[in-house]
Design a protein around this ligand. Structure first.
Ligand SMILES: [Zn+2]
Ligand SMILES: [Zn+2]
Length: 279
């Protein structure tokens, strides 16, 4: 049996690069295979920093098509191909994922055709196998993992949360969502819930700009306050809650504040996520 490791590759939230945290991505490592949930900017570099071989990439799922979650999906497979990837990588996400990956293949084509001719590399097109996820239910299965999805509430996006079940663990990644019953149902019986969090009093300075009112409404309607996340984990009965996708990521809110707010309505263990944390 392979033991399952969860690695937080990036724990920031939002589209701009941050000094202190990388963009959203989680690796689930089972023996010599890596399964990725979300692929924010810099995910390939974060895999290398975590000592996870790029060529171990087996499947990657994006929760939704906000750029902080998807921008390096094609890139991480492309760079894994440069790092001697041999097996096809299955890619999953809401539509139009397959169209987006076809567009990415065109974007990468000059490099790919040059390296195939010049360096004798295998065909890239055969190693990238995208599929649109249309609804809740099973997404991917092999002899080590089962990945399933549910639809969560992140308007106006079509957004998914994923659950990864292995022989020894069951891990749920919320993606971006306001509190919703579907996420509680998906996380029920899981060992670990990785959930996005937002500290509302600290986002006010971010909103002192021209689109402040619109952005504020999006954040409140489509995300989860850290004061709400404990009750979600408690309802699901999940013993470990890992906080991630911190908004704001910068300026930093002290770990103790995140922990105390999340713990208020929760009897399990709260972990304040950090980049490259292995759990
Ligand atoms: Zn996000
Ligand atoms: Zn989002």
């Amino acid at each position: 049996m392979h033991s399952t490791e969860l690695v937080l590759l990036g724990t920031a939230g939002g589209p701009t690069p941050k000094r202190n945290r990388s963009a959203p991505a989680q690796a689930i490592v089972v023996g010599d295979r890596t399964y990725l949930i979300d692929a924010g900017n810099g995910v390939a570099r974060q895999l290398v920093a975590a000592d996870i071989p790029l060529r171990s990439l087996t499947a990657a799922c994006v929760t939704h098509h906000h750029s902080d979650h998807n921008v390096d999906l094609g890139t991480v497979v492309h760079l894994a191909w440069c790092a001697d990837l041999r097996q096809p990588v299955r890619l999953y996400g809401p539509p139009p994922l397959t169209e987006m990956m076809a567009a990415f293949a065109r974007y990468a084509d000059t490099d790919v055709t040059t390296r195939i001719a010049d360096e004798g590399r295998p065909d890239f097109a055969e190693l990238i196998v995208p599929e649109d996820v249309h609804g809740p239910g099973p997404v991917y299965e092999d002899d080590r993992v089962r990945i399933s999805a549910t639809r969560v509430h992140h308007p106006p996006m079509d957004a998914l949360a994923y659950r990864i079940d292995t022989e020894d663990r069951s891990i749920v990644i919320s993606g971006d969502t306001a509190p919703c019953q579907q996420l509680v149902d998906l996380a029920t019986g899981a060992d670990v819930l990785v959930h996005e969090v937002m500290h509302v009093p600290s986002i006010e300075p971010l909103l002192a700009r021209t689109n402040g009112a619109r952005l504020r409404r999006h954040l409140l309607d489509s995300h989860t306050s850290v004061s709400e996340v404990g009750a979600i984990a408690e309802s699901a009965g999940v013993p470990t809650l890992v906080l991630s996708h911190f908004v704001p990521s910068h300026p930093e809110v002290p770990d103790d504040i995140w922990r105390e707010e999340a713990q208020r309505d929760y009897t399990g263990k709260v972990i304040v996520g950090q980049d490259l944390m292995s759990l």
